[in-house]
Design a protein around this ligand. Structure first.
Ligand SMILES: *[C@@H]1O[C@H](CO)[C@@H](O)[C@H](O)[C@H]1NC(C)=O
Ligand SMILES: *[C@@H]1O[C@H](CO)[C@@H](O)[C@H](O)[C@H]1NC(C)=O
Ligand SMILES: *[C@@H]1O[C@H](CO)[C@@H](O)[C@H](O)[C@H]1NC(C)=O
Ligand SMILES: *[C@@H]1O[C@H](CO)[C@@H](O)[C@H](O)[C@H]1NC(C)=O
Ligand SMILES: *[C@@H]1O[C@H](CO)[C@@H](O)[C@H](O)[C@H]1NC(C)=O
Length: 663
């Protein structure tokens, strides 16, 4: 592996996990601490948010097993319903996650009709598409290499017949199918053996069209969407993909990320060359890089479109998850208005004459065909010069992180004071989901992470994720399980009223004596999400005391105490008797505030308190008592205790190293 560029060095250090005395004492480790380096959008990298709480869910109620492995799945969830459909091997699973009881599962078999398969695997019917259709669902699958569709109504499947373009011949293909009313677009090959070059097609509705084979190089399709613009004839299809970089310079990245546009009303051209091709194709590069730290994220992983609440299509936010060759990731946010503007105004790469009229990529009213000259210029110069850059004055990522994020969905929500938050749910390559809050306007946005969600009983790659913003649930599946995750997980925050408020989870607040969801409580709950707001409103001004934990140590031993810094706004201090022995300000490099005791003296035995101070509010996070080791202990045991203390000491070293690197 090539070493990371200098700017990435700090992120390249191994993840430091400090063995906490909490874990050693056998107490339930409720809080999993992870170091999460996230840079601020303002351009100066900041040791950022950390994940301090973890949610796991209950078997049966929150996650359900298929009963066998399903290596290829497709998930369908209809907004507002409690059901989830998952297409697997020759069957469709139907789950019902009704409130307050275990989820139910039933299956509908959809076995292959006769096909032209060779081996047993091949002869299966891998379901690859589930789509709402009238009363029921449209179900399409490989059907033993004879792609076909069925309708599924009331748990009964009825064969519609062979449907090429709706499902691939084998399951692991690069397929995207987009429905819009009676129109269907697809990237799936229609021929099994010829036509190896992937194309974006219109397969139903108006005249069938496909992309020229020269306009994309080995594309990997990520997401497609239809955008209804101000005039119907101007409606666009945008699709996001990666392709091989035409720039073969050894310094250049292998892949580039793109957005392409097509006019929905495209009727194909007039000449024999252009007749069944899209005549309005253009593509642009999607940039996600931080110029100040020279970090580039070239590999688009996923895209989520968050429509504007006022229905302004230009203000639709396009969230892209990108990664770099070291599998670190970044989230960049674009606007559809900016994407549209790039295609409307940019010149074409490599084309130096005057653009023909109408200009390439322009949608024409009244089903007018695109003149052949315009088609020829666009077809031979499909890329625009201008690149699509992230929103905001600095055009930088919203944040970047050392985690390898793969999928994203975004929930726009309103806290109890009416303030709007965009909450991102990002899947990691470890099968977990990180909840990240983006608050405030883009120019002054702050990003902070608050929770790690472990949706499955058995950790596994998340194959699909679907957001239900009406019911405020997330649906995810792996090859083994399906899980429903509530967005308002408030019971995970410990520490009473102050702990609840300090988590800054916009979905949660304090009501009477519990940390509750703002949706479940009829009364206005106590919330303080804005860092500038002191949360003086907690009913009990004196926070609960942390439970006392004890450890016996020999004199002259080395030891350290570690206190997780759960709040990103508080100053954490270790207090012994009446003196502060160690103080960690917000923005401290390590996720823990650590007090080192190099050589335990007589005076250093006793009580240690870790206190979090935020404004006028003080929270006792930990309380330890260092006890004198029993003098009667055999030298053998004493030796072991010493060795243990020393090894714990060593465990801290990576954290220190990392701290130095970050400086
Ligand atoms: C719910 O499912 C879990 C795990 O499958 C099981 O242990 C539990 O007994 C179930 N509860 C009910 C009420 O069926
Ligand atoms: C499906 O079931 C519902 C209710 O049981 C019934 O009203 C409807 O007619 C059924 N549809 C079909 C196509 O059988
Ligand atoms: C990107 O680069 C990788 C590694 O060289 C290559 O295998 C892949 O085909 C490229 N293209 C895309 C679209 O990912
Ligand atoms: C990055 O992630 C991909 C897919 O998860 C994996 O195949 C690859 O080996 C990883 N690369 C590095 C450098 O870790
Ligand atoms: C700790 O202090 C004692 C007494 O002051 C000294 O004898 C001993 O060498 C010290 N141990 C270490 C590891 O520095």
């Amino acid at each position: 592996m090539t070493p990371p560029p200098p700017g990435c060095a700090s992120l390249g250090a191994p993840r430091a996990r400090v063995p906490s005395p909490l874990a050693r004492s056998g107490l339930p480790l409720r809080l999993l601490l992870l170091l999460w380096t996230v840079a601020a959008s303002q351009g100066h990298p900041r040791n950022g948010p950390r994940i301090s709480a973890v949610w796991k869910g209950h078997a049966g109620q929150d996650h359900v097993d298929f009963g066998l492995a399903e290596p290829h799945t497709v998930l369908f969830h209809e907004l507002g319903s409690s059901s989830v459909w998952v297409g697997g091997r020759s069957k469709v699973y139907v789950f019902d996650f009704s409130k307050g009881r275990n989820a139910s599962m039933r299956t509908v078999n959809i076995v292959s009709t006769k096909g032209s398969c060779r081996d047993k695997q091949d002869c299966k019917n891998y379901i690859t598409l589930l789509e709402k259709q009238g009363e029921g669902l449209l179900v399409c699958g490989t059907n033993a290499r004879r792609p076909s569709c069925w309708t599924l109504v009331n748990d009964t499947a009825e064969l519609l017949g062979e449907r090429r373009g709706y499902a691939p011949f084998s399951p692991d293909e690069n397929s995207l199918v987009l429905f819009d009313g009676s129109e269907v677009y697809s990237t799936i090959r229609k021929q099994e053996y010829n036509g190896k070059i992937p194309r974006f097609r219109r397969i139903k509705g108006e005249i069938e069209l496909y992309t020229s084979d020269t306009v994309m190089q080995n594309p990997q399709f990520i997401k497609a969407t239809i955008v209804h613009q101000d005039q119907a004839y101007d409606d666009k299809i945008y699709y996001f993909f990666r392709e091989d970089n035409p720039d073969k310079n050894p310094e250049a990245p292998l892949n580039v990320s793109r957005v392409a546009q097509l006019c929905r009303g495209d009727q194909g051209g007039e000449s024999s060359l252009s007749v069944s091709k899209w005549n309005t194709f253009l593509k642009a590069m999607l940039v996600c890089s931080d110029a100040t730290s020279n970090k580039n994220f070239n590999r688009l992983q996923d895209v989520f479109l968050l429509p504007d609440p006022n229905g302004q299509w230009r203000d639709t936010r396009v969230y892209g998850v990108f990664s770099n060759p070291w599998n670190y990731s970044a989230v960049c946010v674009y606007s559809l208005g900016d994407i549209d503007k790039v295609f409307r105004t940019s010149s074409l790469k490599g084309y130096h004459s005057d653009l023909p009229n109408p200009r390439p990529g322009k949608c024409l009213p009244d089903r007018q065909p695109i003149p052949t000259e315009t088609f020829q210029v666009a077809d031979s110069h499909p890329e625009v010069v201008q690149r699509v850059e992230p929103m905001g004055p600095l055009k930088t990522p919203l944040f970047h992180s050392k985690y390898h994020y793969q999928k994203v969905v975004v929930h726009r929500m309103h806290a109890s004071n009416g303030e709007t938050f965009h909450v991102l749910y990002l899947t990691t390559d470890k099968g977990t989901i990180h909840k990240v809050v983006e608050s405030g306007e883009r120019e002054h946005s702050i990003v902070f992470s608050i929770l790690e969600i472990q949706p499955f009983r058995r950790p596994a790659t998340i194959q699909a994720m679907s957001l239900d913003s009406d019911r405020r649930k997330l649906y995810v599946n792996s090859q083994w399980e399906v899980s429903q995750v509530p967005l308002d997980l408030c019971e995970v925050y410990s520490g009473g009223c102050h702990g609840c408020l300090m988590a800054r989870d916009p979905y949660c607040g304090w009501n009477q004596d519990r940390c509750v969801s703002i949706y479940s409580s009829p009364k206005p709950v106590l919330q303080s999400i804005n860092p500038a707001e002191p949360h003086k409103g907690c009913p009990n001004p004196k926070p609960e005391q942390a439970p006392l934990q004890k450890v016996s140590l020999a004199q002259n031993s080395r030891y350290y105490l570690s206190c997780p810094m759960e709040s990103r706004h508080a100053t954490y201090s270790w207090r012994h008797e009446n003196s502060v022995e160690q103080s960690c300000e917000p923005g401290h490099q390590s996720p823990n505030c650590i007090l080192f005791i190099e050589n335990l003296t007589d005076l250093q035995y006793g009580h240690y308190y870790c206190e979090a101070q935020e404004g006028s509010y003080l929270h006792e996070a930990q309380h330890w008592q260092l006890l004198r080791e029993d003098g009667a202990m055999t030298s053998h045991l004493l030796g072991r205790a010493r060795a243990l203390a020393a090894s714990l000491w060593l465990g801290v070293l990576p954290t220190l190293t990392l701290g130095l690197l970050v400086h």
